[in-house]
Design a protein around this ligand. Structure first.
Ligand SMILES: C[S@@+](CC[C@H](N)C(=O)[O-])C[C@H]1O[C@@H](n2cnc3c(N)ncnc32)[C@H](O)[C@@H]1O
Length: 255
């Protein structure tokens, strides 16, 4: 397999060769699946087809620059496999779990994994990130997400899936700095370190991919809910059951 006619320019072809190396043919097969089946099944817009390499494949693959060799990765809200399948193609050393709630999308993901021969490194899990936290995807070295949710909600879903010391890598684009400013306090409350912006592919694509990186410093432990006045009974009992301070916020973020 080689790079096919979907490539828009020599620069992007060169970038693709760099990020996918000898697996660029496999990437071309994925580009073909996205541009045919993916479009027919409504998983990717037809207008994306001419820029499938630039905007989707290369833009996602450069994330690999900041993922260590042999890492376990959970891609939350994979959709048609972005960035999860791309990383699996570019980086056969990674163990990747794709978490996606919609059946139509997990069907495409599973078929694509088989078509590309990625079964030994990729697992597809159907579910919402907040519902799979007790399952095998949890404890990952890295959790990735692109275009899934604002940073506060994303941190609430993704940090519980990472091990302590693991990282959330959220592909964010131009909104990255604003989102960090807006949600820094919530992220801290969820056990995340101060978010930082990382640029990937600076020597390959213009603009480079903008990634918000959050290291998980500790588990988020929701406070015990404050008893409601009816359940609490007499005042002295309610005082005796302290520990609910801040629980409303924590529970909301988890929900
Ligand atoms: C806009 S799409 C982005 C898909 C893909 N990441 C991309 O960049 O093309 C958002 C995806 O997040 C998924 N999603 C929404 N809420 C989710 C949740 N709570 N847990 C996991 N995935 C979720 C949706 O089903 C959808 O596939």
């Amino acid at each position: 397999m080689g790079i096919d006619g979907l490539l828009p320019s020599a620069e992007v072809a060169a970038a693709a060769e760099r990020v996918f190396g000898e697996r660029v043919g496999l990437a071309a097969e994925y580009a073909r699946l996205l541009s045919t089946d993916g479009v027919v099944r409504g998983l990717i817009g037809p207008r994306e087809t001419p820029r499938i390499w630039e905007r989707h494949l290369v833009n996602c693959a450069v994330l690999g620059e900041i993922i260590p060799i042999g890492a376990s990765v959970v891609d939350v809200g994979s959709g048609a496999g972005l960035p999860g399948i791309v990383l699996a193609v570019a980086r056969p050393d990674l163990s990747i779990t794709l978490v996606e709630p919609l059946a139509r999308r997990t069907a495409f993901l599973s078929e694509t994994v088989t078509a590309l021969g990625l079964e030994s490194t990729v697992t597809v899990v159907r579910g919402r990130a907040e519902d799979v936290v007790d399952g095998p995807p949890a404890g990952a070295d890295v959790v990735t997400a692109r275009a899934v949710a604002p940073l506060d909600r994303l941190a609430g879903w993704c940090l519980p899936l990472a091990r302590t010391g693991g990282r959330l890598l959220a592909l964010k684009g131009a909104s990255a700095a604003d989102e960090i400013a807006e949600h820094r306090a919530v992220v801290a409350g969820l056990g995340g370190a101060d978010p930082v912006v990382r640029l990937c592919g600076t020597d390959l694509i213009d603009p480079p991919a903008t990634v918000v990186e959050i290291v998980k410093e500790r588990d988020f432990v929701p406070s015990r809910p404050k008893p409601s006045s009816r359940a609490a009974g007499p005042k002295r009992d309610a005082a005796g059951k302290s520990g609910g301070r801040g629980s409303g916020r924590g529970r909301t973020r988890r929900g």
